[in-house]
Design a protein around this ligand. Structure first.
Ligand code: NCD
Ligand code: ZN
Ligand code: ZN
Ligand code: ZN
Length: 370
């Protein structure tokens, strides 16, 4: 079973955990167009440093991944620069339902932005949303940014179209309760929750200022408690790694979004150390669960070694994300990624990335994608 990879080998008070490589099914790698924030090389370096070997990248780039030509160009860039497994989403617009459906097999899924967010992709009108539900052939899900009553609207469409839908960054009590009910009724829905919604609340906003601003926003303590109380309903923890530069965040119109690839496993394994979830549950939420949603195979000869039980302080220093900051600055954690092994090769070890740009692999995009 999935616990076979977990081999506590430590003596004394420090334990070395050997875990399956994590899959982060919601990241923004900003390429093409915003490589001053992140690119395929820096974003996948951050992934490996965080024990993440597979990432699914969102289509709200400049230009967005909403037509076959731009999508193929992003595939080319990812092949040239990525250091781990990367899958790419297609983005839905008011005009492209049939076009994106025609290249569906090459994508991780279709992303629909139905509420306010960062970037040019935003679907407002019901006819356009319906066209996407009609045209998308699968087999991978339609992923939605749908908050509050928009989430309830999407559940209505799932019931009518019976197509798999994945809810991104669920953050509020009513949303997780609605999804729980939908699952109880047998609807084909899955959902993810971010580390920031699990470990931060709106009470952290005065301290974090613009560095605590993202969509959906940090929620109330009651919302956060509802997420923790419904862990069995949650299929995956996904970072929504959304890098923006420090200058942009401190500017007059701070863009929403926070980075997360390098802090997800330390935070979750700290919660394990504190008895808030089991190690098996952490593995389900970061590896087996997310892989099941998108049909991602576990890469062979791949694992993460985590030092567990000590005490470390999260800091921007040594981060590989180009944005160079974390909303968890100063937090004490009980775990740290020591080594990441992908396809039998040590790709990250003791603060150093060993995988060169281009040594990764683009998923789904064709037999020639290695
Ligand atoms: C994301 C981004 O910056 O691309 N921002 C965010 O606050 N989550 C967009 C998104 O995931 O909605
Ligand atoms: Zn979103
Ligand atoms: Zn996002
Ligand atoms: Zn080394």
């Amino acid at each position: 079973m999935m616990t076979r990879n977990i081999l506590p080998t430590g003596e004394a008070r420090m334990t070395i955990l050997r875990l399956p490589g994590a899959a982060d099914i919601h990241v923004h790698l900003r390429e093409p167009g915003d490589t001053h924030k992140e690119d395929f090389a820096t974003g996948t370096a951050a992934a490996l440093a965080g024990g993440v070997v597979t990432v699914l990248a969102m289509p709200n780039t400049r230009p967005p991944l909403a037509d076959p030509t731009t999508f193929q160009e992003a595939v080319r860039l990812a092949r040239a620069k990525a250091r781990c497994e990367v899958g790419l989403f297609l983005g839905g617009t008011a005009e492209n339902a049939e076009i994106v459906a025609s290249v569906a097999p090459q994508a991780a899924g279709l992303k629909l932005y139905l509420d306010e967010t960062y970037g040019p992709l935003r679907l407002e009108a019901l006819p356009a949303i319906l066209r996407h539900f009609q045209a998308w052939p699968g087999p991978r899900p339609i992923a939605v940014h749908a908050e509050g009553r928009t989430a309830a609207m999407v559940l209505g469409l799932v019931a009518l179209f019976r197509k798999p839908v994945h809810f991104c960054h669920v953050s509020r009590r009513e949303e997780i309760l609605l999804i729980r009910r939908a699952k109880e009724r047998g609807l084909p829905v899955t959902c993810e929750v971010t580390p920031h919604h699990l470990f931060l609340t709106e009470e952290d906003l005065p301290r974090l200022g613009p560095f605590g601003q993202m969509r959906p926003p940090l929620a109330s303590r009651a919302d956060q408690e509802a997420l923790w109380a419904n862990l069995p309903v949650i299929d995956a923890v996904a970072t929504d790694h959304a890098p923006h530069t420090i200058e942009e965040k401190q500017g007059p119109h701070p863009p929403p979004g926070v980075p997360g690839l390098e802090t997800m496993l330390p935070l979750l394994l700290t919660a394990v150390a504190e008895g808030r979830l089991s190690l098996e549950e952490a593995v389900r939420l970061t590896a087996t669960g997310p892989r099941r949603i998108y049909g991602l195979l576990e890469p062979p000869q791949t694992w993460v070694e985590v030092e567990w039980g000590g005490s470390w302080t999260l800091s921007r220093e040594g981060l590989f994300t180009r944005c160079g900051w974390t909303p968890f600055e100063g937090l004490t954690v009980r775990a740290r990624v020591r080594r990441t092994v992908l396809w039998g090769r040590v790709v990250f070890e003791e603060g150093t990335i060993h995988a060169p740009p281009g040594s990764g692999r683009v998923l789904f995009a064709g037999l020639d994608s290695r």
